[in-house]
Design a protein around this ligand. Sequence first.
Ligand code: GLN
Length: 200
Amino acid sequence: MKIGVLGFQGGIYEHVNMLKRLFSEEKYSGEVLLVRRERELNKVDGIILPGGESTTIGIIMDKMGLTSELRDKIRDGLPVLGVCAGAVLMAKKVVDKIVGEKEQDTLSVMDIGVIRNYFGRQVESFEVDLHIPEIDEKAFRGVFIRAPVFEILNDNVEILAKLGKVNVAALQNSMIAVAFHPELTNDYRIHLLFLKMVKR
Ligand code: GLN
């Protein structure tokens, strides 16, 4: 299988490295591809949208002419894992906790609304153990960096993880959105969950 990582901005290589380690340790015959153009997008069986700055990634993606192609692919069922800013790009509704309502174009593929920067600014980053039954019983270390939270807009969105009252991971069809950064841990269980949704 070929897994793409959207290669414009943010924590790109952390995902590349985690995928490579996962492929070798779990004996997947997989390949990782950076996706910046349509010809690369056409080769992948699943794609990761990394964290970073969603407005920046959105602008570059537009300039590169990839937005509508990626949107169509995901709507046609291309499995996608959106991490933090990547999850913001998947959302159908976006609000910013700090600056409030703001026009932001996204791929608009998943029935979630996001509140960006819900926990505050960079200095308010934190780590916390999360309970994600879909994976297994062992705690998952959630690394939160200017993370969003998710509002569920449709019944067929499943909440994968909560932090207190707010949703921090969600699943719909073959789309996973996580507010925290699994690629900044040594724990690839979220990536493994994602790979299981990708057809070989
Ligand atoms: N706050 C950023 C955004 O909304 C996301 C931060 C991150 O990806 N760590 O785009």
